[in-house]
Design a protein around this ligand. Sequence first.
Ligand code: URA
Length: 223
Amino acid sequence: MASAELTKKDILHYLRFLRNAGFLYLTPTKGGPTESAHARAEQLEALKLAVAKCTQCRLCEGRTHVVFGEGNPDADLMFVGEGPGAEEDRLGRPFVGRSGKLLDQMIERVGLKREDVFIGNVVKCRPPDNRDPELDEMETCEPFLKSQIALIQPRVIVALGRFAAHRLTGEKTPIGRMRGHFYSYADVKLMPTLHPAAVLRNMNQLQDVIHDLERAVAEIQRD
Ligand code: URA
């Protein structure tokens, strides 16, 4: 997905989803995502309620909770991971297992707190046995991620690992080569970096990730 533009297919897909979730009509809002942070936060909450009922792909069958994502709805920095693991599925919250503990430490190392940022995922339901998300699952979930980004309006997105980096940029380059270089997702700067789970497997990579996050933070602090 190289563009934040909602295509006709996205819109039809989302409208069909809303109808299946029981929304037979939509109340028009006064403005679009350019509205106030308060209005955007309310729309994000409404989206969360809608996504909680999603049954559009097979991942709904094995889930305990939909993991919508959490954090500051007006965050300058947004993290996008791959998909929930066992602990996230159990609690309905992103990055709360081992990878999440490391992500929290990384966020603090660069001078931020978890509450300052928004943390989401490419797919919102846990793939069974932590397998990789399938292409059609990512495609089905994509309008939700697009809407989250459109509503939060982050200044920088940090893509954690290859799934998020490839999905959001349309690139196929190995994550080890992408990391540390800014890309863009529509008008939003995007920094790909290694997934915390990969860092847990090789802690020598931690400093690279901290470096990437420092660059992302410097970017949100510019002017
Ligand atoms: N890994 C992810 O990619 N996302 C989570 O929420 C947890 C682990």
